[in-house]
Design a binder for this molecule. Structure first.
Ligand SMILES: [Zn+2]
Length: 491
């Protein structure tokens, strides 16, 4: 009787169009597993145990089960190989969110983080991104799981329901197996407080029940909070401001914790995001939110304040870097005091900020990146498929105003060279131009959902086809670009 290994290698000898990913080859009890690419498709190849084979969708060819990398088979994979399931990391592991809008970036992300002092949150998609790319949360999890299998990556990855606001989305994400939840409380933060007069502030504050006010005042007034090198005190005005700014948001955080986080069957890294506000988060506000949460028994794994200066998408930090360092240092001390990780959103390409982040957090933080991975895909296209790049570029620039509505960015469009004046060989240089980067950064949805008159997709299919063929180039590009992030973060 021939062995499972022999059956598989014979199959590959006679079917030369199946290209096996070397690192995916593994054994499980009496079955042999591998992942292969055939044409544009990725499939699992499995030989052995009848019971195992029967669990997978697919067909048997020359004694080998050829199983598509679909959702049903991902669930089987999760069951048999636990490393393909997302995991929670807790507050002592540095993590980096690497949103993969296309479902093609994870192999590169895994490779660049392998053997570094950081774990990847491979699946990380906001509802906005899912809608704009017409993907589901299941697609995102499937892509991450198959990537871990393809790369033989057994160190674990996370999955983040990113910037979720609504209960139904939170439920969906956690039921789907997400292991991190980033709760976006911006709808419950009362930004009007900024413009209140002193009378208005007092009036609204005194409208709260006396008992509640007294409890805040006992806990915050006439005392100093000593956080190593940072001392915080609250004046009555500051306390009133923070109470009115965050009272609804805090109630919502506690509610979500009680209704969804605590009852969940899997471990969850719970992140609180208060970054999507109009104003910078004052250190005293950060402290207030954290202190209130912890008083109410909420375990915070990471918290994202809004830092001073601008963290615009896809470009370096904008603003006074020294002021940023002073600001970040305080937020880092608060995070250390409460024993959670500071979380930095829109973290792509913030090269001048990275060494500062590592210095003040002692290298323990969560950093989110997303769009930069899409930009690297475009760089690959510019280099290897300039014809398609050119058409997409023109469309992106024509339709930029629609896309801009979703994101806060301020590119100087005038300064971007018209593509007619650029040599084809220089197309990749657009990805080094901060203004062009921003335009590309936000137009992914417009591009991927663009339709021809007959209803067919204008770029989507062609784009995916091209990028799947350029798999190795995309992988290299991500290793290089995210690697630069990791080097400066000293991870
Ligand atoms: Zn954010």
């Amino acid at each position: 009787m021939i062995s499972t290994v022999e059956t598989l290698s014979r199959f590959l000898e006679t079917n030369r169009d199946y290209k096996v990913y070397d690192r995916s080859v593994r054994q499980l009890d009496k079955s042999e597993w591998a992942m292969a690419k055939v044409g544009q498709e990725k499939v699992l190849l499995v030989v052995g145990d009848e019971d195992v084979l029967n669990r997978l969708e697919g067909r048997v060819k020359e004694g080998v089960k050829v199983a598509p990398t679909n959702h049903a088979n991902r669930l089987v994979l999760n069951d048999l190989f636990s490393f393909t399931k997302p995991t929670a990391f807790g507050n002592k592991v540095t993590t980096m969110g690497v949103g993969d809008r296309l479902g093609l970036a994870s192999p590169g992300h895994i490779e660049v983080m392998r053997n570094r002092r950081v774990r990847p949150i491979l699946a990380q998609q906001s509802i906005r991104e899912l809608n704009l790319t017409s993907r589901t949360i299941y697609d995102v999890l499937d892509a991450a799981a198959f990537a871990a299998f393809q790369e033989g990556y057994t160190d674990g990855f996370g999955a983040d329901g990113d910037h979720l606001k609504e209960k139904e989305d939170i439920k969906l994400a956690l039921d789907a197996g997400m292991t991190m939840l980033t709760l976006d409380c911006s709808d419950h933060i009362n930004n009007d407080v900024e413009s209140y007069s002193k009378e208005e502030l007092e009036e609204r504050y005194f409208a709260l029940p006396e008992e509640e006010r007294q409890s805040y005042e006992d806990r915050y007034l006439n005392q100093t909070f000593d956080l190593n090198e940072l001392e915080l005190t609250f004046s009555k005005d500051e306390l009133m401001y923070n109470v009115l700014l965050y009272i609804d948001a805090l109630n919502y955080m506690v509610l979500i914790n009680e209704e969804y986080i605590l009852p969940a069957t899997q471990d969850i890294d719970f992140e609180i995001s208060i970054d999507e506000t109009q104003t910078v988060t004052k250190p005293s506000s950060h402290f207030f939110v954290a202190n209130e949460l912890i008083n109410q028994g909420v375990t915070v794994n990471s918290l994202a304040p809004r830092f001073i200066g601008e963290f615009q998408k896809g470009v370096d930090y904008m603003g006074d870097i020294e002021a940023f360092e002073k600001d970040l240092e305080k937020h880092a001390l608060i995070a250390k005091h409460f024993d959670y990780k500071l979380s930095i959103h829109s973290g792509s390409d913030k090269f001048s900020a990275f060494p500062i982040i590592t210095k003040h957090t002692d290298g323990l933080f969560h950093l989110k990146t997303a769009g930069t991975n899409w930009l690297e895909a475009i760089r690959v296209l510019a280099k290897h498929d300039p014809e398609l790049f050119e058409r997409m570029h023109k469309y992106a620039f024509e339709h930029f105003p629609e896309a801009q509505a979703y994101y806060h960015i301020t590119p100087d469009l005038e300064s971007i060279k018209p593509i007619e004046d650029v040599n084809v060989a220089d197309y990749p240089d657009y990805m080094n131009d901060r203004n062009a980067r921003q335009v590309w950064h936000v137009t992914y949805g417009v591009l991927l959902t663009a339709k021809n008159e007959d209803g067919s997709s204008k770029f989507k299919e062609e784009f995916f086809k091209s990028l799947i063929n350029l798999e190795d180039e995309y992988r290299e590009s991500l290793i290089n670009h995210i690697g630069k992030h990791l080097d400066l973060l000293n991870l």
